[in-house]
Design a protein around this ligand. Sequence first.
Ligand SMILES: NC(=O)CC[C@H](N)C(=O)O
Length: 226
Amino acid sequence: MRFGVAVYPGSNCDYDTYYVIRDILKKEVEFIDYRETDLSKYDCVIVPGGFSFGDYLRPGAIASHTPLTQALKDFASKGKFVIGICNGFQILTEAHLLPGALLPNNHGKFVCKHQYLKVENNETPFTKNLSKNQIIKLPIAHHDGNYFVDPGTLAEMEKNGQIILRYCDENGIIDESTNPNGSIGNIAGVCNKEKNVFGLMPHPERACEPILGTADGLLLLTSLIN
Ligand SMILES: NC(=O)CC[C@H](N)C(=O)O
């Protein structure tokens, strides 16, 4: 399986992602410049976190119009895999590769901490190494992670199994007190209807070695490889 890691001006999790794929997962990986349009050699493109184009206009808004992000539409339509992490999730919603939008956190502050998450759907290529309702711990670090989608689309997404992760506490409680940013339904990660595009606000690439406090990110990233 060949990976590409998208690089926009202002990406800052690109090296972390590259490191995990090359040195921990031992898979082939290359950086992809945001002006590139030929993605034929990749099986999966990861759109990493950061502040692409300085988060100007809205996070992900400018990056969504670059040649690379536009080429991802054709790439995804062929059934290839796309994962957007944090700013990558913002870019994928701005590009309409995923439904919904990431609004500013409801408390107006940047949030940076470890967060418990509940696996809502393990029947996707991104979560098959996990069990349904499994609780995992990953870091979150964002200012605009407040997931919003209109009620009609949300109902469709629930029906299609497109809600993948929700924010919770260590006991799996999902409510306002365990919601770090105001996301509707505590949603932390979603996929498209076809289940080959996945976006999430937490950072699995920052949680792949026990020394980092949690290696649960590996459960997600190895699902796809297996
Ligand atoms: N860690 C990140 O990718 C940050 C995402 C985005 N720039 C935000 O603050 O919401």
